[in-house]
Design a protein around this ligand. Structure first.
Ligand SMILES: Cc1cc2nc3c(=O)[nH]c(=O)nc-3n(C[C@H](O)[C@H](O)[C@H](O)COP(=O)(O)OP(=O)(O)OC[C@H]3O[C@@H](n4cnc5c(N)ncnc54)[C@H](O)[C@@H]3O)c2cc1C
Length: 434
């Protein structure tokens, strides 16, 4: 008899989860668990780590996951607290032989696993959040090219596309019948947080909704026009909107590429469909970069000391005085720039923001306000429904010119951006206030 714990992290799905499939093969009793962060965790800059709407989105995603677990004869146990302390108590209480989970190559998530292992708990981590299988890469992560274009060209030269998806387990191994641990009530939590802000108050979270969105997105011409529309600031389907499902793991990148490949086979490939894949390569790139550089991606100076002759400014931490005031004006959409304010207002109201606007507001914070990029990244973490540790950290560092950008940073000319992407000021008008 083998009792194992399956620890859901950023992989809230049953389909295409090599880690969960492994757990199902190895366990006769499997305890599926999610550990919510303690309430009101705040950042070093004083604001909450998770906005109200991010908590709501996560809660909705967990309800959807619990429904799926019940369909396969089990249920999701939801606990709250420091992950390593909570899981170690659960191991003791259930006498489980170990934990299986997704591997996350980010410092805090790695520390959680290390603390569990330090207590003698067997934790098996499975790498599964990339589109490409780690073992198929033409290099080890330590030897991957730093420059994105070279990274992508090496993948393309080897003809890599995505790892094969794995199907959903037919059944989840049963829970011990005497498992009497109180789970956090997700319904109560949702009631407390208020209903979803989505249209009709209907949640769009979870795998079933994600699959419906894939049906919608691949039904017609949208993938073919993606490259032309992807830089818009707003609109219905100007970009794929896959990110919120990818961030919680309700959909995996290989599941998306499988649909993309079917679409190309039946309706033809063009630069639009290629560009969707291309953007998913960026997502993988930031993940593999974490395997190569780890904690260094979280240092204030990133991977390199700013070159005195470069554009990269010295950045102030927004802890007090003028830096704090400027940072607060940025977070509250009260800067001197109307386009930036519109973006920040949209983010606060919806938890969403286009890729172009993210670049614009990040550039403004770093190069115009001269504020520490890490505070901006933390604000995005607290607000974005699609917050993803790898993509967020990677993009901020890239724009700050402290990562792997061969151009040494991305300062944007905001007047030019407004003219190009919001010529009639409609976006600025729409989001002039929250
Ligand atoms: C400062 C900054 C912070 C960001 N923070 C996040 C974040 O926390 N979470 C997140 O998912 N993305 C982040 N991005 C990347 C990008 O903005 C979003 O992935 C994209 O806007 C999501 O919308 P979409 O799914 O419609 O994207 P699409 O344009 O349709 O792209 C398809 C998919 O490709 C991937 N992708 C696209 N652009 C990027 C990129 N630049 N980097 C990595 N992956 C990419 C995403 O998985 C996306 O879902 C950030 C970008 C910037 C500039």
């Amino acid at each position: 008899m083998s009792t194992l714990i399956y620890w859901f992290r950023n992989d809230l799905r049953l389909q295409d989860s090599p880690a969960l499939s492994k757990a199902c093969r190895e366990a006769t009793q499997l305890i599926p668990v999610y550990v919510l962060a303690p309430e009101e965790t705040s950042t070093r800059w004083g604001f909450a780590r998770e906005s109200h709407q991010r908590k709501r989105h996560l809660t909705e995603s967990l309800i959807a996951l619990d429904t799926q677990c019940r369909e396969l004869g089990s249920r999701l146990l939801v606990l709250q607290g420091d992950a390593s302390t909570t899981l170690s108590a659960l191991v003791q209480f259930t006498q489980a032989q170990g934990i299986i989970c997704e591997q996350i190559a980010a410092p805090e998530e790695q520390a959680e696993v290390e603390r569990l292992r330090a207590q003698g708990i067997k934790v098996q981590c499975v790498w599964q959040s990339t589109m490409l299988e780690l073992t198929t890469l033409p290099f080890t992560p330590q030897h991957m090219p730093d420059v994105f274009t070279q990274f992508r060209q090496k993948l393309e030269a080897k003809g890599l596309r995505a790892r094969q998806t794995v199907s959903k387990p037919a059944q989840l191994p049963g829970l011990a019948s005497n498992l009497e641990i109180e789970s956090v009530s997700l319904r109560q939590r949702l009631e407390h947080l208020g209903s979803s802000s989505e249209a009709n108050g209907q949640s769009r979270a979870g795998t079933a909704q994600g699959l419906q969105h894939l049906d919608h997105y691949f039904a017609d011409e949208l993938p073919h026009t993606y490259k032309q529309t992807r830089n818009q600031l707003s609109g219905a389907d100007y970009s794929t909107r896959f990110s919120t499902w990818l961030a919680t793991g309700a959909l995996s990148a290989p599941m998306i590429v499988e649909r993309l490949t079917q679409y190309e086979a039946s309706r033809g490939a063009n630069e639009g469909t290629y560009w969707i894949w291309f953007e998913l390569v960026w997502r993988d790139y930031f993940r593999f970069l974490h395997l190569k550089y780890g904690r260094a991606l979280y240092f204030r100076e990133g991977l390199r000391k700013p070159d005195p002759g470069s554009e990269v400014p010295s950045l102030a931490e927004p802890t007090s005085g003028i830096a704090l005031k400027l940072f607060e004006q940025w977070t509250q959409g009260r800067t001197k720039n109307a386009l930036v304010n519109a973006g920040m207002n949209e983010l606060a109201a919806t938890g969403k923001m286009s890729n172009r606007m993210r670049q614009i507001v990040a550039s403004y914070l770093i190069y115009d306000l001269r504020i520490d990029w890490r505070a901006g990244a933390a604000w995005f973490e607290s607000q974005l429904l699609d917050y993803d540790v790898y993509s967020n950290q990677g993009n901020w560092l890239y724009i700050a010119g402290l990562g792997t950008d061969p151009r040494g940073g991305r300062r944007m000319n905001l007047d030019k951006q407004a003219l190009e992407h919001d010529p009639q000021g409609l976006y600025r008008k729409q989001w002039a206030q929250t």
